[in-house]
Write a protein of this length. Structure first.
Length: 111
């Protein structure tokens, strides 16, 4: 992830299996100039990663504020395809400069 070219037109969506992997990927790109940086996860997982990043100095509060977590607009999504649609809708909103406050409060991928 650290070697992947990132610029202001790059959209990064982190959807790994577990907060350790998400944290490693997030650390590799949180300082980079992506247009969108989002991480899937429950509020609990997002809170743990946020706390770690801010307490350890891996990110400043301003850098963390750029992270969309949990990702996706709150459209009542429950199935995997619906969750994917909520994420894509958020990407479109960011691309179009539309302010959307509706991050899902507890977005998780279910096997």
């Amino acid at each position: 992830m650290a070697a992947f070219p990132v610029n202001p037109d790059t959209y990064i969506v982190l959807v790994t299996r577990g907060h350790r992997h998400d944290a490693v990927a997030l650390e590799a790109c949180i300082h980079r100039p992506a247009a969108y940086l989002g991480m899937i996860g429950s509020e609990r997982k997002v809170g743990m990663v946020k706390r770690d990043f801010l307490q350890s100095g891996k990110a400043t509060p301003a850098e963390w504020a750029r992270v969309f977590a949990p990702i996706g607009l709150d459209i009542g999504a429950q199935t995997v395809p619906e969750i994917a649609a909520s994420i894509i809708a958020q990407l479109i909103a960011v691309r179009r400069g539309v302010r959307c406050e509706g991050r899902r409060p507890s977005l998780m991928m279910h096997p």
